[in-house]
Design a protein around this ligand. Structure first.
Ligand SMILES: *Cc1c(COP(=O)(O)O)cnc(C)c1O
Length: 457
């Protein structure tokens, strides 16, 4: 088979700011060994997130020029609404400024104290929005989804046996489940897909228990591509037809268009239920804006309508999956362990096995994040004891995983950039025995990873 190439030509470019080792050492020190606190201009390859960092196409930029900024009944909204209805199939389309605003509105209307919301794995903002209302966010991913070495093709699947048992327990105890979810792909679980068979099965269970089924659809196109590759009966389906089939089983969706919408901002809440949609629109008016623009400008709606079609292009999706797979294979060839199989949007490096001499209380994943920045100006994110550990009675209780996430922005970096990342990894790996741990000098009581400060041991 021929090499898979970037399925685009580059017509607008943004220069990378290069820096020296000495400059980066100074910036890292000034940021107290927390790359979240480094200015983006000091970063050469930024793999912090794939959210809002996509490159827009020429067609999207052209669409921006024809945005209709009318307060009510904007033509751009009608275009956006039609595209969302075509792909997702839901009757009501409520535009928001990003995914968490959709979650906030849905949770404000439906969640609340004592209630529970099941999911494969709740993403951080979803969990926070559920818990903020006093409800419980319950994770029911299959056991393989928690095993970093399992090669299960759909590690994002929600366990139907666990779901049924949970719903039965709630029914027996009189506990309300206002809605149930599944996240495609499962971001928290490593960008792992959910199969069509699983969507169908959990949809039937939710229906049997009278629970509305909402899909967290942030990476729906990547999920559709994995279904096409891994579920034989969909091999000849287009990604769009697969997406339509996925959402046919649900009652609604929350969406961050900063992911598979090719947007730098944007989101929506889509629903079938008329009464629920009306309640949500009332909250929308309070927090986001009038129902025909929500949290967005007319020009954003135009660009997103174009992006939603482009993201379902087979050449794009083939290239997208090839990019993450290529990076994982390069790292694995060096002897670096990554969560298997490679996810849709990111690669997760196992820092515990990278630095076996560093105790979890010395933050091996944060050490790796700092080393990558220092050596190559690469910015990644720690998903380990800094993010998920806890500080109890003056002592650190570490997380069970020490991962470094390399998230790939869409259509932004070329194969040479990925080769560069692998080279920096090879150098860091060769000198891994000299790495020293870190300790906190400051930590905030919640979401401490964003603002934490460290010093080397
Ligand atoms: C990013 C994300 C969200 C939240 O979307 P924002 O646009 O960042 O508010 C929700 N769920 C998942 C799975 C996500 O990846």
């Amino acid at each position: 088979m021929r090499e898979i190439i970037e399925p685009f030509r580059i017509r607008a470019v943004e220069p990378i700011q290069f820096s020296t080792l000495e400059q980066r050492r100074q910036w890292l020190e000034e940021a107290s060994w927390n790359p979240f606190l480094i200015d983006a201009e000091g970063v050469i390859i930024d793999l912090l997130t794939d959210s809002g960092t996509s490159a827009m196409s020429a067609a999207q930029w052209a669409a921006i020029m024809i945005g209709d900024e009318s307060y009510a009944g904007s033509r751009s909204f009608r275009k956006f609404e039609a595209v969302v209805q075509e792909i997702f199939g839901f009757r009501h389309v409520i535009p928001t400024h990003q995914g968490r605003a959709s979650e906030k509105i849905l949770c404000t209307v439906l969640a609340g104290p004592g209630k529970a919301i099941p999911n494969n794995n709740h993403f951080d903002t979803t969990r926070a929005n559920v818990e903020f209302t006093g409800a419980e966010a319950v994770d029911l991913v299959i056991d393989e989804g928690r095993d970093p070495d399992s090669l299960h093709p759909f590690k994002g699947n929600l366990d139907p046996t666990k779901l049924r048992a949970f719903l039965e327990k709630c029914r027996a105890g009189g506990r309300e489940i206002p809605f149930g979810m599944v996240t495609i792909t499962n971001n928290t679980g490593g960008g792992q897909p959910v199969s069509m068979a699983n969507i169908r099965e959990i949809s039937a269970i939710y229906r049997e228990f009278g629970v509305p089924f909402i899909i967290d659809a942030c990476r729906f196109a990547e999920n559709a591509w994995f279904i096409k590759q891994r579920e034989p009966e969909y091999r000849d389906w287009t990604p769009k037809a697969i997406a339509q089939e996925m959402f046919r089983h649900a009652d609604g969706a929350t969406m961050s268009l900063k992911k598979d919408g090719f947007g730098n901002i944007g989101g929506f809440l889509a629903l079938n239920d008329d009464a629920l949609a009306e309640q949500c629109r009332n909250i929308l008016i309070l927090t986001e804006g009038f129902p025909t623009y929500g949290g967005l400008a007319g020009r954003d709606l135009e660009a997103l309508a174009v992006g939603l079609h482009e993201v379902l292009d087979e050449h794009y999706l083939e290239y997208r999956a090839a990019t993450t797979r290529y990076l994982a294979e390069k790292l694995n060839a060096i002897g670096i362990h990554t969560v298997q199989p490679p996810g849709g949007h990111a690669i997760y490096v196992d820092a515990k096995r990278f630095y076996p001499h560093l105790a979890p209380t010395h933050f091996p994943a944060q050490v790796l994040v700092c080393e990558l920045y220092l050596r190559g100006g690469i910015r990644a994110v720690e998903i380990g004891s800094v993010m998920f550990g806890r500080h109890v009675d003056g002592a650190e209780v570490p997380s069970d995983r020490e991962l470094v996430r390399l998230a790939l922005p869409r259509r932004v970096y070329t194969q040479a950039h990925v080769n560069y990342v692998a080279e920096v990894f090879a150098e860091t790996f060769a000198e891994r025995n000299s790495a020293r741990g870190l300790e906190f000098t400051y930590q905030a009581p919640i979401l401490r990873h964003f603002t934490a400060r460290f010093r080397p041991l």
